[in-house]
Design a protein around this ligand. Structure first.
Ligand code: PLP
Length: 222
């Protein structure tokens, strides 16, 4: 199937309130253009250098999302154009993004990444760390970042029940954080969860944004 056909197929399963982020990492510009011509405008990349190269050469109306693990010394390269950073996994990183955004005279949209999987290798705040950080309140003084919601990745497993449980726990945490800390902030509204293998489960559990790569572009060549 072509990239266009893959996208058409996926769209059938995504309700209109859920946004599709086409994860184009490791895929060439030609593939991104195909998805662009099928009407997609939101693309996700996980490496700063690759993202910057693509942003320079591809159409300017693409909304670029950074979905990888961001190192503090590379923030400045993406701040000028990035439309959402999904994987903010520490207060220190959030504060550093704020600093770089202030320098650039911008406000940068961020999602806080929560560790919901059983795998040790994944990044993110635990539920306790998130609530502690929000409770500490320092984040309220960061004027150049907007916390737009939470992001998480489920365990890589065939156990659908486990995946459901992990996504559900993220939704519960999202609702709790929203109720306690963001009630007056309508911008806290995104729950980024779901990838090629589990996005339908994530949507059932309340995802507002799915990040889909291989089901659109085929399997990546590393
Ligand atoms: C690569 C990646 C995706 C897309 O994964 P697929 O299984 O190819 O859909 C989604 N989210 C993050 C954070 C990723 O790194």
């Amino acid at each position: 199937m072509s990239i266009q056909q893959n996208i058409q197929e996926i769209r059938k399963h995504i309700p209109s309130h859920v946004r599709l982020v086409c994860v184009s990492k490791f895929n060439p510009n030609e593939s991104i253009i195909e998805a662009y011509e099928a009407g997609e405008r939101v693309f996700g990349e996980s490496k700063v250098q690759e993202l910057c190269g693509k942003q320079e050469t591809l159409p300017k109306d693409i909304a670029w999302h950074f979905i990888g693990h961001l190192q503090t010394n590379k923030i400045k390269f993406i701040v000028p154009f990035v439309s959402l950073i999904h994987g903010v996994d520490s207060y220190k990183l959030l504060a550093e993004i704020d600093k770089q955004a202030a320098k650039a005279g911008k406000t940068v949209n961020c999602l806080l990444q929560i560790h919901i999987a059983r795998e040790e290798t994944k990044f993110g705040f635990s539920a306790e760390e998130l609530l502690e950080t929000l409770n500490a309140g320092e984040w309220r003084s960061l004027k150049n970042v907007t916390i737009c919601g939470l992001m998480g990745m489920a365990t890589y497993t065939d156990n659908r029940e486990q995946i459901h449980t992990e996504f559900r726990s993220l939704k519960v945490l999202f609702d709790q954080a929203k109720g306690q800390y963001f009630n007056d902030k309508p911008s806290f509204c995104e729950l980024s969860m779901g990838m090629s293998d589990d996005y339908q489960l994530a949507i059932e559990e309340g995802s507002t944004m799915v990040r889909i790569g291989s089901s659109i572009f085929g399997h990546r060549v590393y």
